[in-house]
Design a binder for this molecule. Structure first.
Ligand SMILES: [Zn+2]
Length: 485
């Protein structure tokens, strides 16, 4: 007779291969650039063709094709064209998410004067992080580097310094007053600078060295950068420091994603909001290309935007022209006359967007924060988010569509609606539905610790997500044809 633990463990076992893949993806994606690059690897392996943003789509698209393109390397659009797609008759079935998460970004001038024997890095808080969770973590540095090659070209390269080279330390409890102990307050300017090294030994090394000191460089940009940071990057990329022209870098927790709980029912990781969605949506579109394209009459899209955490207003955030431009360019590229207002409106009205962002599971220690009848639980299915004040894009019809798809796929679904006395977050949903006029529902997988340096969700909800998204791709048209309004 097996124990309860053994039985519990075995009921989660079938979800583990997917969860382990999710761990690999999350660990390999410490920032939006790496997240997009990881997706691109998967797309290329599955035979998706790269489109060039700067070149025409017209003449490069065909029915049955699979394509992708990136915008500024941190926003990604990937899509498939059904074999039976007829211009004007097919719609865009879109799953949208975001690639960014709150983190510490390196400031344009990373050099700080050494302070009390410590060499520190200038950083800026990006998004609404729970900054207290960034203290006492072993931090790596990753992002994008612009490299000046000897032939005068400027190349963009990704860098990931996976060693824990930086750390933001807590003040010990002994030096805190009673008041300070009660309220852990972070001053984002004064308290978040990470320590990279100590000064004493470095002074000796510099005195003994005959090398030209880096911060004596003629290059005014380089003279404002922390030399140790530039040397770390140069070493990692195998290039001389002189070739580093600029960067966009952030810090991240080097602890990789892991499965936990007594039966491995939890996924612990940074950036679940919203890379868990990116992972699940990718699984769904890759699965669709395996068996769904032959009978498909529509365009299936996954789009992952940067800059959601800071309000989506940027050249490639959800508030940018990216989504509308994608619909217009892909339609035009397939000869559906996107320049005809009538055909374009027809396409828009046949389209549907799942705006997917992580949802707030009820926290057992803070259960009062949820309204009891709208309190989603982990491992119990995707959550439809509704807010009549339009912080979420869901309405009666679009919510019904997702509930109905869940019924069609025999999948659990949960509901979230914030308490009337509590502020409500938002997502890309209201932004992209406003920009395009496409019917949109907001939903997501439930998690705890949102915007912490380390978050948690249920492993079974990854399966729920993949299955629901696959059902959306496979059966949305069938459902839409039943709705004559
Ligand atoms: Zn999010």
């Amino acid at each position: 007779m097996s124990s309860t633990l053994q039985r519990l463990t075995s009921s989660y076992a079938k979800h583990l291969p997917l969860a382990e893949d999710a761990c690999k993806f999350l660990t390999a994606s410490p920032d939006p650039f790496h997240a997009v690059a990881e997706c691109v690897k998967k797309l290329e392996q599955a035979g998706f063709r790269a489109l060039q943003n700067k070149a025409a789509f017209t003449g490069n698209l065909e029915a049955g094709g699979k394509y992708y393109y990136t915008v500024h390397q941190s926003t990604l659009v990937a899509f498939t064209v059904g074999q039976k797609y007829v211009p004007g008759q097919g719609g865009f079935h879109v799953i949208g998410g975001h690639t960014d998460s709150p983190n510490l970004k390196v400031k344009p001038r990373s050099l700080k004067p050494p302070k009390n024997g410590c060499i520190m890095l200038g950083v800026e808080c990006y998004g609404g992080g729970l900054w207290n969770t960034w203290f006492d973590r072993d931090l790596g540095i990753s992002g994008k580097i612009l490299v000046r090659s000897p032939d005068g070209k400027i190349e963009s390269k990704l860098v990931n310094i996976t060693d824990p080279v930086a750390r933001v330390s807590n003040l010990c409890i002994h030096l805190q007053s009673g008041e300070e102990r009660k309220a852990f307050k972070v001053n984002k300017e004064d308290h978040t600078s990470p320590i990279l090294a100590t000064e004493a030994e470095m002074k000796k090394v510099l005195e003994e060295s005959t090398e030209e000191q880096l911060n004596k460089t003629e290059d005014s940009w380089k003279s404002q950068q922390e030399p140790l940071l530039l040397q770390l990057i140069a070493e990692k990329l195998g290039i001389p420091v002189e070739q580093i022209a600029d960067f966009e870098l952030n810090l991240y927790d080097t602890q990789g994603a892991a499965l936990g709980g007594v039966a491995k029912e939890f996924l612990y990781s940074a950036r679940l909001d919203n890379l868990a969605t990116v992972f699940v949506a990718m699984e769904a579109i890759l699965a669709h290309t395996k068996d769904g394209l032959a009978d498909d009459e529509d365009i299936k899209v996954v789009v992952f935007f940067d800059h959601e955490e800071v309000g989506s207003d940027s050249s490639h955030g959800a508030g940018s022209p990216v989504i509308e431009e994608a619909i217009r360019r892909i339609s035009a590229g397939l000869g559906s006359g996107a320049d005809s207002p009538d055909l374009y409106a027809q396409t828009i009205n046949k389209s549907f967007i799942l705006s997917i962002d992580q949802a707030h599971a009820v926290h057992p220690n803070y259960a009062g924060k949820h309204e009891a009848t709208h309190a989603p639980k982990m491992n119990a299915g995707l959550v439809i988010k509704t807010n009549q004040n339009q912080r979420y894009a869901t309405n009666g019809v679009t919510g019904f569509v997702l509930r109905e798809l869940a019924r069609m796929g025999s999948l659990p679904i949960q509901e979230f609606c914030v308490r009337n006395d509590c502020p409500c977050g938002s997502t890309i949903g209201p932004t992209i539905s406003t920009r395009t006029g496409v019917r949109t529902v907001d939903a997501g997988m439930p998690q705890l610790s949102m915007h912490s340096c380390r978050e948690v969700m249920g492993t079974m909800d990854l399966t729920h997500g993949v299955e629901l998204f696959k059902t959306f791709f496979k059966r949305f048209r069938e459902l839409d044809e039943k709705m004559d309004f």
